[in-house]
Design a binder for this molecule. Structure first.
Ligand code: PMP
Length: 391
């Protein structure tokens, strides 16, 4: 069929440059080891921080919900698709997050889009860290508000932006709690202080901090004892929580406003019962099995120390998100392929997900990995790294 020739040209170009990638299907459940192309490999690329994707309590909750409520909801939340379990879960989540209210969206991505696009108008300005997640960037693109970008975690640059934006109705500063590509934690105490000084509001995306930082995994805001001083917390239910969805935890007013104005919430069908039941069970697990988070951090330290000892550059990571910085896109993919040969699945992250020249293998260990698996993975990194003269 004729048409869209330029798309094929661009794909061919990516193939020439070595940046074209096929999707890699898993042939097993997510876990510390997964089966890919018929081979068992150590999984270092998932966001399944606590191993909850197959935790028996979550699976059982999902099974029971399927049995009792069926597999779908048949409507958007605002028409006929709100189940009582949706609202019960939101109450539970708000309590967990120490906020007045919470609202669940279909994904973390649509949460950022829905929140940012609806709560700001042309009388407002949004001030965003330059390395914020794509969903924040896209959410900002959808607002009519003015926008300013400050240098990554640079408080001088943030203060400058705040000073330059005095005459707005709302000044909203947005930041990832944990940055998804470098694994560093945003300097929230400084950000909050600056915002209080300049009368600005703060929104934190805790996609990589929920279930990881703070007491029982309450996130970066709780980690820094800033409960009650951050206006909007958003995050995902698809990483440490192990299931699917996004949430906003904030005031009752914001929740009610988003129910009326948050477009992905308004115009997209609600979560299936099994998803919500499993999400709720995940919060119980966070509250009742804190040892999972301890194990996650123990494993992170072991693996990160091992990589550093081998001579790899893990950048500025402070969390389980541990990049191994390579630089060149094609070499990064080659390294990832070599690791696969050695029995490790660790995907390369290249442009446009990270800037040109900043390609990396992004590793995330989970609470499920055994020390033996992590040592095996380190041995594979050493072998592949030496072969490609990266170390
Ligand atoms: N925000 C951040 C910081 C993320 O890393 C991600 C996940 N890629 C999202 C939002 C989107 O979350 P979800 O996968 O639930 O759409």
């Amino acid at each position: 069929m004729k048409g869209f020739e330029y798309l094929q040209e661009e794909l061919d170009q990516m193939k020439e440059q070595g940046t074209f990638r096929n999707l890699i299907p898993l042939e097993s459940a997510q876990g510390s080891k997964v089966k890919i192309k018929g081979k068992e490999v150590i999984q270092l690329s998932s966001n399944n921080y606590l191993g909850l994707t197959s935790h028996p309590r979550l699976v059982q909750a999902a099974d029971q919900a399927n049995e009792k409520y069926g597999v779908g909801t048949g409507s958007v939340r605002t028409i006929a698709g709100t189940l009582s379990m949706h609202e019960e879960f939101e109450k539970k989540l708000a309590e967990f997050k120490h906020t007045e209210a919470a609202l669940v969206f279909q994904s973390g991505f649509t949460t950022n889009q829905g929140v940012l696009s609806s709560i700001l108008g042309k009388e407002d300005v949004v001030i965003s860290d330059e390395l914020n997640h794509a969903s924040i960037i896209d959410g900002i693109r959808l607002t009519k508000a003015d926008r300013k970008i400050y240098k990554h975690v640079d408080m001088g640059s943030l203060e400058e932006a705040l000073k330059e934006s005095k005459d707005y109705r709302t000044r909203l500063v947005v930041t990832d709690g944990v940055f998804s590509m470098d694994g560093n934690i945003a300097p929230l105490p400084e950000i909050v202080e600056l915002c209080e000084k300049y009368n600005a509001l703060v929104m934190v995306d805790d996609a990589h901090a929920s279930g990881v930082l703070g007491s029982n995994g309450r996130g970066s805001v709780n980690h820094f004892n800033l409960d009650g001083r951050v206006h909007i917390q958003v995050g995902t239910l698809s990483k440490a929580i192990g299931v699917l969805g996004g949430y906003v935890a904030s005031t009752k007013t914001l929740r009610e406003y988003l129910i009326h104005k948050g477009r992905p919430f308004l115009f997209s069908t609600s979560h299936p019962p099994a998803v919500t039941a499993a999400n709720a069970a995940a919060i119980d697990v966070l509250l009742e099995e804190p040892e999972l988070i301890e194990k996650l951090w123990e494993n992170t330290k072991f693996f990160k120390d091992g990589l550093t000892k081998l001579g790899f550059d893990t950048g500025i990571s402070q969390t389980p998100v541990t990049p191994v910085l390579i630089g060149d896109d094609a070499l990064t993919h080659k390294f990832s392929d070599e690791l696969f040969e050695q029995g490790v699945f660790a995907q390369g992250i290249v442009f446009p997900t990270v800037p040109k020249g900043k390609a990396r293998i992004r590793t995330i260990v989970t609470a499920e990995h055994s020390k033996e698996e992590l040592q095996e993975a380190l041995d594979a990194f050493e072998k592949a790294g030496r072969k490609l003269a990266i170390i």
